[in-house]
Design a protein around this ligand. Structure first.
Ligand SMILES: Nc1nc2c(c(=O)[nH]1)N[C@H]1C(S)=C(S)[C@@H](COP(=O)(O)O)O[C@H]1N2
Ligand SMILES: [Mo]
Length: 246
């Protein structure tokens, strides 16, 4: 019963997220024409709620390589590794009714989802891994999104070329059932290489959207004012599109 209520709730959120997106001028200005076409085509071809393919245990890649930051070199992160991430906190803030500060134990105590999916990096490699963690939707429901919230920003502990890595998604992806806050890879605690202790899995999108070393989740109305305003580290400094749907 409860599950059904949650699914109905997610359905309603999809509808409101989509109508909010289509009538928002800020959102339209943000997206290039081609990107907007891609996003709309994706919605028609199976819909934004369609599931990414899930694989079998036998398909899991023997080694899930690391890319981008693979060993953040800040003193804080090194200290966190040293004490087994015992004091790691994930904050949930911005346009929410109840800001949260979650420990790894809080995250592990939530209902968990495990999914075996393929990660596709634009640099031309893929890997299949089994990810475990709570759905982002559960955490956002606990925090209670304010009606003005339209995007979710993921803040990370690492920097590349001196700038903090960050990413963002819209509410359709935020409430997608396969969007999880992963703390396990192939049944083990996440390796540092792959984003320990927490990283996002947004399975309908490309590799650079899968934010590692997650420290905060922020609900916002607009993307300008965060980083250089294009919604992500690579979006800000290369031609990478904000909507990286696959
Ligand atoms: N915080 C952070 N997240 C990140 C990156 C990064 O450098 N820093 N690189 C991105 C890119 S381009 C890819 S392909 C994936 C790589 O994930 P992996 O290291 O687990 O293979 O993480 C993404 N998330
Ligand atoms: Mo990537």
């Amino acid at each position: 019963m409860r599950r059904r209520a949650v699914i109905a709730g997610i359905g309603a959120l999809f509808t409101s997220a989509c109508s909010r997106l289509s009538d928002s001028k800020a959102g339209d200005a943000l997206l290039s024409a081609a990107e907007d076409w891609h996003r709309k085509a994706h919605r028609l071809l199976g819909g934004r709620g369609a599931l990414a393919r899930e694989y079998d245990r036998a398909d899991i890649s023997p080694f899930f390589r690391g890319n981008g930051s693979t060993d953040p070199d800040s003193a804080e992160y090194k200290a966190a590794v040293q004490n087994g991430f015992a004091d790691w906190r994930l904050t949930v803030r911005g346009l929410v009714d109840n800001p949260l500060s979650l420990s790894l134990a809080d995250i592990a105590a939530l209902p968990q989802r495990t999914q075996i999916t393929r990660h596709d990096c634009v640099e031309g490699w893929s890997a299949i891994g089994e990810w475990t963690g709570p759905q982002l939707a559960l955490v956002l429901e606990q925090a209670g999104l304010k009606p003005e919230a339209r995007f979710i920003i993921f803040h990370c502990a690492d920097r590349l070329a001196g700038k903090p890595y960050y990413e963002s998604i819209d509410l359709a992806d935020a409430f997608h059932p396969q969007t999880i806050i992963a703390h396990r890879l192939n049944g083990e605690a996440l390796p540092v290489r792959n984003g320990a202790p927490l990283r996002m899995r947004v399975e309908r999108q490309l590799g650079y959207k899968q934010a590692k070393y997650l420290t905060a989740i922020e609900a916002v109305a607009r993307l300008d004012g965060i980083g250089q305003g294009k919604g992500g580290y690579w979006e800000d400094r290369s031609g990478y599109q904000w909507y990286a749907g696959i």
